[in-house]
Design a protein around this ligand. Structure first.
Ligand code: C5P
Length: 243
């Protein structure tokens, strides 16, 4: 790997949908926390990367010993995910002179991202002027509701993808896109949508469907099973889960 990407991990959400006593990144998963696993996965592939971790300023659960990176920085989270990522980008821009530097953004709530997908995404974006994202083709038939619990329409599924993370973009492209989205008051739940709004087309990089985003209480059970299945298939590098 010529130069590892910058890493941004937005972790300033409250995870209200989990209905738990603490933010979901601090819930237990296979003997550790969700955040521990997520950061270990990133570190296993990008050990030399510099990490920007977005945390709520009032966060009382964060444990710095869960961060395996030698070079990392805590930045303040914002009101929305995009604000947290913008704060991290501003900090990176103060350290990085190269507008073309690659920046990967990965949700802290995705601890099952596979090392293979991380390597694949990095290789796919290394020479890409814009950037792109891990994504999985939609397999199910898609329904749109009418707001009353009934089907209003069946959506055409061909060509539809689930947007996953990491999403990786050139530093300059991503800063401009998120700044423009904020000025236009565009809701952006991921980086790609902000980049798309500038007229650019992010690259879709095929990603595994088990790159689950922990959102609801059942997801923790599923994530634990995915981690166990991945370990038994040797998807994780030897020793990654040990520490
Ligand atoms: O709530 P949701 O799962 O969509 O959040 C996606 C990611 O964005 C999570 O990693 C969460 O911690 C992060 N986030 C953030 N700042 C916010 C809201 C969410 O860093 N204000």
């Amino acid at each position: 790997m010529s130069r590892p990407p910058w890493l941004i991990v937005p972790a300033a959400g409250s995870g209200r949908r989990m209905d738990a006593d603490r933010p979901k990144q601090y819930l237990p998963l296979a003997g550790r926390t969700v955040m521990w696993h997520t950061l270990r996965r990133l570190h296993s592939v990008f050990p030399g990367a510099r990490l920007c971790l977005c945390l709520d300023e009032a966060d009382a659960c964060f444990d710095p010993s869960s961060v395996p990176f030698a070079h990392w920085q805590r930045v303040a989270g914002g009101a929305e995910r995009a604000d947290s990522v913008r704060n991290a980008l501003e900090w990176i821009a103060g350290q990085e002179e190269d507008d073309q530097a690659l920046v990967f953004v990965h949700d802290v709530a995705r601890p099952c991202v596979s090392p293979e997908d991380l390597r694949h995404l990095y290789a796919a974006l290394a020479e890409d002027a814009v950037g792109g994202l891990l994504a999985a083709p939609v397999a199910d038939t898609m329904k749109r509701d009418d707001g009353q619990g009934r089907v209003a329409a069946t959506e055409e599924r061909a060509g539809l993808w689930h947007a996953l993370t990491p999403q990786g973009f050139r530093l300059g492209v991503l800063r401009q896109a998120l700044d423009a989205a904020r000025r236009a008051e565009l809701p952006s739940t991921d980086e790609a949508s902000a980049v798309e709004a500038t007229g650019l087309s992010p690259r879709l990089v095929f990603g595994r469907r088990d790159n689950l985003k922990i959102t609801h209480p059942d997801d923790l059970v599923l994530a634990e099973q995915i981690l166990a299945a991945q370990a038994s298939c040797s998807l994780s590098p030897a020793g990654e889960e040990a520490d």
